[in-house]
Write a protein that binds this ligand. Structure first.
Ligand code: NI
Length: 273
């Protein structure tokens, strides 16, 4: 029925797992002997708000597959803007796309980012495979570190490029777990580090969405001058509650998403400290 959508998410998943081995392990851990299959609540994508590859350029690939725009979200301190996209078929994963508001950043960051994206051909962005195509520029380690000083988001994007920043297990569809606290406890038993910024569980039943996430794995990036292991991607867990119509809430909670972004920070406190 949704062959093209399935293919896209398969490609995104394989590309994501290549730098996030813990996701595949956790997927197996939660997809237990009962034979339940993991339902993906949403993925998240990151970009710069520059015309040639902004949020809408990424969204176009999902609109072409029948998605429409849901809510929008502002993250003043991190200088980010985001929208979520959903499909008429509620079983199809939602997509959360954010973009860095480059013009609000320092002159130095703006100059760096403009240089990085200068040679990305528009035809590459217009192809659906752009969504899991990785990085399209060379960057040296010092430039990455300079970006990191100002924006963890910019540094992550400059190093990793285009790929799912995270996949998300729908806790509603797990057979052996009913609460996020149970999932978190199991993950910690297995030695996984959770993002504890603002508490391990972000959101509440009143907000109709609770989320938690691992801290990102680390994986090697080939910078132009050296290879360095840096935070890659993480796995998220979401429990949704029914809204007034009795349907599971499909939106996001900005305050929670704000903390979830920090799962790729290189120096965030974590629950196993
Ligand atoms: Ni998310």
């Amino acid at each position: 029925m949704h062959t093209e959508i399935d293919t896209l998410f398969h490609n995104l998943w394989e590309n994501y797992c290549a730098v996030t081995p813990s996701a595949r392990q956790i997927h197996r851990l939660l997809d237990n002997s009962q034979g339940s299959t993991i339902v993906n609540d949403h993925i998240a994508l990151r970009t710069f708000n520059l015309e040639k590859l902004n949020l809408e350029k990424l969204a176009a690939h999902f609109r072409a597959l029948g998605y429409h725009q849901g809510g929008e979200y502002h993250f003043e301190a991190k200088k980010l803007y985001a929208r979520h996209f959903e499909h008429p078929d509620a079983t199809v994963p939602k997509v959360f796309i954010s973009e860095l508001l480059v013009e609000k950043c320092s002159d130095a960051l703006q100059e760096t980012v403009q240089k990085l994206v200068a040679d990305v051909p528009p035809s590459v962005v217009a192809d659906r495979s752009f969504l899991y195509s990785g990085r399209h520029w060379d960057i040296d380690y010092a430039t990455y570190q300079a970006l990191l000083e100002e924006s963890e988001y910019a540094a992550w994007l400059a190093a990793w490029g285009y790929r799912a920043n995270h996949f998300t297990v729908s806790v509603n569809h797990l057979s052996q777990f009913t609460t996020l606290a149970e999932v978190n406890r199991r993950l910690k038993q297995e030695g996984y580090r959770l993002n504890s910024s603002g508490g391990e569980i972000k959101g509440s039943s009143e907000e109709l969405l609770e989320q938690s996430s691992t801290m990102a794995d680390r994986a090697e990036v080939d910078f132009s001058d050296q290879t360095v292991s840096i935070p890659s991607c993480f796995y998220e867990f979401a429990l949704r509650y029914p809204d007034a119509d009795g349907q599971l809430y499909r939106g996001f909670v900005a305050a929670s998403a704000d903390r979830i972004f920090e799962s790729t920070n290189s120096k965030t406190t974590d629950s196993n400290d």
